[in-house]
Structure formats: structure tokens, C-alpha cells
Write a protein that binds this ligand. Structure first.
Ligand code: URA
Length: 434
């Protein structure tokens, strides 16, 4: 088999066979197929697309390019959750303890923040001593004992995707639906869970700006998951403003703790309950959506989710007392209020701009190796639908450097879209694909 011939076949619109896809992915992972041939192939796929079988085969080949985690030592239906990324997305910190408190084992791989979006691992590192660098044995043991564990993505997990994603990033071939779907799903399938719920975000702060694209991506991923024998569903959620009120690592952890105490912002909790319901149903713990949601709500009312979160923090080396004393979490020195100058209603908040403002404050990574300031961020006092008057505080900036705070100020003011009329109420949940 020659890579030249495979590229040529795809260029002409043919479907690739399983053998061709395996040859290409195995060869590329080993370094036998060079970047320039793979770039040509990625571009051919951008123009010609891939059918369902090809997309599945590509996903499975990338999954098998590294280790597939064996979770067979964990009894029961293991669940996992994945978000395509957004601003203020602290969903996992609340959702996973709730689900684990119901006795459902959650084995989760998480990442760090990059660009304007945050990452769960950074947030959890607000707890001194906390580590996601668990061995596989420790990971399995923690899921068995605590019912939840979060591990950082290891180098062995879908290495073909890692290499390919870096290549796509610099060859303008990221935004092809089947390539995105297979990239995300190869990692999820390698993580070994039996049931997966996907949070596919759409809107100005999301990867998929258009709702139709988010639905199409969700459908492709669900199809791959089903074909690979997993229980899977995708919830398409709104990202036309940051989720909840807090953006920035420590501020988001504090908001997550508030939520576990029953004081979560309504937009955020709507997403948490929608995703949680999918997980509870997938695990077979409830028969109806209503029953699943009630069970989840009970974990907040009786504080079992809060206690589960503390237990999890301690099991991974973190200081659990901070769960009950969140005022001791990292705090920034400067607080700067962002003042409103216009009368009207908040119609939306450019989530990406708020994410970038947090980046300016030092709360995010410009490159993979940058260090971050966990204490900085933005608390949004006003959200979509709120009536605002001149002189009111729109948001509060938490910073450690006044120059950075001033730079972020302008971005935040510009991020608020204020109009005369009250905007239409929108649901956070755009749809569910099962
Ligand atoms: N996230 C991924 O993991 N892969 C993509 O291709 C796009 C987003």
C-alpha cells in the first residue's frame, strides 16, 4: 500500500477502506508517513468529506494508536462526560460529584485550559496538593472507593490524534466535522467508560458558533459512539454568554461550591441537570428524566454531592477543608468594578471576549506551557435579560496587576450588548441527540 495512492483516491472522492485508514494512521503515528502527505490527506478530506464508516474507522484507528484504558476492575456502568469547551464552564465540578453521590462510577479524563476556554485540571489545582497525575491503578482504585476520579490525559492516549491535531491546527484543516468528531471520540473511546455524555456548546464563545454545525457535530459523535458499542448522548447547550457568573479558576471553584450548596446560578444549573439526567439514565439508575433530575436535586439538598466533592479532593491529595471554607481559596488583591453607562437590557455577553479578558489578567494560557494565575478572573453581576441602569456594576474584575485590570475593563465593557427592549428568553438546552 502507498500513501500516495490513498491520497489520490480520497482526492477523487472515493471512500477509504478500513485497511487504508489503518495503514495511514499506524504509519503516521510511527513517523513512517511524513507530515506533508498527511496534510494533503487532511485537505482532501476537507473537500471530499468522509462517510459514516470511514469516520468510525478513523476514530477506531486513532483510539488504537495508543493505550485503551481497561476499567474492567470497576464494577457497574462507568460514565464519562466531555465538553467541547466554553467560558465559565465549571460543569464537571458540580455534575460529577452529584452523579458519584448516587453511586454511579465516574472515570473522567480532563484537560487544561487553552486560549480563551478554561480547563477542569487548572480549576482543581486551586486546592493545594491536588493532583491528576494518578497511575492507572490508583485511578481505578479511586473510582472504586470514591466513585469518582479525574486523571490528566496521558501521552499514551490516542497519540495519533495528538500528532494529527497539531498538524491540522497549522494546515487550516481543523474545521471539518468528521475530523473533529473522530478526534474527540478517539480520546473518549480510549478512556474506557461505558457511557458518555457530550456537552456540545454553541454560540459566540464556543468552537461551533452556528447551532446547525453543533447539531451536525453532535450527531456525528453520537453515531460514532453507538457504532463503537457505547451508550452515548449529546446535549447541545448555549454559549452566547459565559456559563454562570464566574470566569477564572478560583472564582469558578467558589461558584461550583456555592452550587453544591444549592446556590448555583440558574443558567448553569440548567446545563448541569440536563447533562446529569443523561448520565443517570445511561447508568440505568432512573427510568424517566423527571426521576433522574429529582435524584440529582436530592444530592444537593442533602449535601451528599458537596461531601462527595470534598472526599474526591482529599483522595487526590488536595486540602478538603477548603471545600467548606472556600474563602481560603486563592484570592486576587485588586477588585475593579466595571460600570454601566447605558440604560437597557443585557441582550448577550460575548463569551469569547470575557474569556480573553480573563487571559489578559493571567488566568489562562496563551501557549501550552504558560503558567497561570489561579486567583484572577471576572464575576459577572449582570447576565442576559437583566435590566441595567447607568452607574450600576456590570461585573467585577479580580486582578493582581492594575494595568492588566484596566486592559480587561475595556474588553468587558465591549462584551456587553445592551439594547432597549428585553431580549427573548432562551433555553440553555438547544436539543438532545440520543
Ligand atoms: N477538540 C478536539 O479534541 N479535536 C478537534 O478536532 C477539535 C476540538
Amino acid at each position: 500500500m502507498r500513501m500516495y495512492d490513498i491520497i489520490n483516491r480520497k482526492k477523487k472522492g472515493n471512500s477509504l477502506t478500513r485497511e487504508e485508514i489503518r495503514f495511514m494512521i499506524e504509519g503516521y503515528t510511527k513517523g513512517e508517513i511524513p507530515d506533508y502527505q498527511m496534510s494533503a490527506m487532511m485537505m482532501a478530506i476537507c473537500f471530499q468529506g468522509m462517510n459514516e464508516t470511514e469516520t468510525l474507522e478513523l476514530t477506531l484507528a486513532m483510539r488504537d494508536s495508543g493505550e485503551v484504558l481497561d476499567l474492567s476492575q470497576i464494577p457497574g456502568m462507568k460514565v464519562d462526560k466531555h465538553s467541547t469547551g466554553g467560558v465559565g464552564d465549571k460543569t464537571s465540578l458540580v455534575l460529577i460529584p452529584m452523579v458519584a453521590a448516587l453511586g454511579i462510577p465516574v472515570a473522567k479524563m480532563s484537560g487544561r485550559g487553552l486560549g480563551h476556554t478554561g480547563g477542569t485540571i487548572d480549576k482543581l489545582e486551586c486546592f493545594p496538593g491536588f493532583s491528576t497525575g494518578l497511575s492507572k491503578e490508583q485511578f481505578v482504585q479511586n473510582v472504586n472507593q470514591v466513585k469518582m476520579a479525574i486523571m490528566g490525559q496521558t501521552a499514551d492516549l490516542a497519540p495519533a490524534d495528538k500528532k494529527l491535531y497539531a498538524l491540522r491546527d497549522v494546515t487550516a484543516t481543523v474545521d471539518q466535522l468528521s475530523l473533529i468528531a473522530s478526534s474527540i471520540m478517539s480520546k473518549k473511546l480510549a478512556s474506557g467508560a461505558d457511557a458518555i455524555v457530550l456537552d456540545v456548546k454553541t454560540g459566540n464563545g464556543a468552537f461551533m458558533k452556528q447551532e446547525a454545525d453543533a447539531f451536525a457535530l453532535a450527531k456525528e459523535m453520537v453515531q460514532i459512539g453507538k457504532n463503537a458499542g457505547k451508550k452515548i448522548s449529546a446535549v447541545i447547550t448555549d454559549m452566547n454568554q459565559p456559563l454562570g457568573n464566574a470566569v477564572g479558576n478560583s472564582l469558578e471553584v467558589k461558584e461550583a461550591i456555592l452550587s453544591l450548596n444549592g446556590l448555583g446560578p440558574s443558567d448553569f444549573m440548567e446545563v448541569v441537570y440536563a447533562l446529569g439526567t443523561e448520565l443517570v439514565l445511561a447508568a440505568g439508575k432512573a427510568n424517566t428524566q423527571h426521576e433522574a433530575e429529582e435524584m440529582l436535586k436530592q444530592t444537593i439538598r442533602n449535601k451528599t454531592a458537596l461531601d462527595k466533592f470534598a472526599e474526591f479532593i482529599e483522595a487526590q491529595g488536595g486540602e478538603k477543608t477548603l471545600v467548606y471554607q472556600p474563602e481560603l481559596l486563592p484570592a486576587a488583591r485588586i477588585q475593579l468594578q466595571v460600570m454601566n453607562t447605558q440604560e437597557g437590557y443585557v441582550a448577550g455577553i460575548w463569551a469569547e471576549e470575557i474569556g480573553l479578558a480573563s487571559l489578559i489578567l493571567g488566568g489562562g494560557r496563551a501557549t501550552k506551557d504558560s503558567s497561570i494565575d489561579l486567583s484572577v478572573g471576572i464575576l459577572l453581576n449582570k447576565k442576559r435579560g437583566d435590566l441595567v441602569h447607568p452607574g450600576e456594576t456590570l461585573a467585577v474584575i479580580y486582578a493582581n496587576d492594575m494595568e492588566q485590570a484596566k486592559e480587561a475593563y475595556g474588553k468587558i465593557v465591549r462584551a456587553y450588548q445592551i439594547q432597549e427592549d428585553a431580549p427573548k428568553q432562551v433555553s440553555m438546552i438547544k436539543g438532545i441527540i440520543r
